[in-house]
Design a protein around this ligand. Sequence first.
Ligand code: 5GP
Ligand code: ZN
Length: 114
Amino acid sequence: MDCVFCKIMKGEIPSEKLYENDEMFIIRDIEPKAAKHYLMIPKRHYKSISEMTDEDGVAFARSLKKISDLTDKLGLQNGYRLVINQGDDAGQTVPHMHVHILAGQPLDFPDLRK
Ligand code: 5GP
Ligand code: ZN
């Protein structure tokens, strides 16, 4: 499959896995938008929340919980923001479900109507 995250998962594109288990892995974003910017990527390929199976949803909830266990390892002690872009208006560029983890600085909350 021609999917950048599936290729990273298989090691076909190099990217250090900061954490990995049977259900997901965490890498640094190649174009960081904050002082710390990681991606939590479920291993099963599906595009978006609307394509999640019930099993995906359970695994996804476990994966979110796991992020909170990794605060020290990822340097998230001062807080972090999770972002999931879904579809075109949100600017989703990789059609493989993933969660952005943004941290390492105060994160403003832009008013996007301006
Ligand atoms: P989206 O725009 O779909 O929400 O997020 C996709 C993210 O994947 C972007 O922030 C982009 O920088 C990141 N990305 C795209 N290709 C690669 C890659 O080959 N390696 C890594 N580490 N991140 C990537
Ligand atoms: Zn994929």
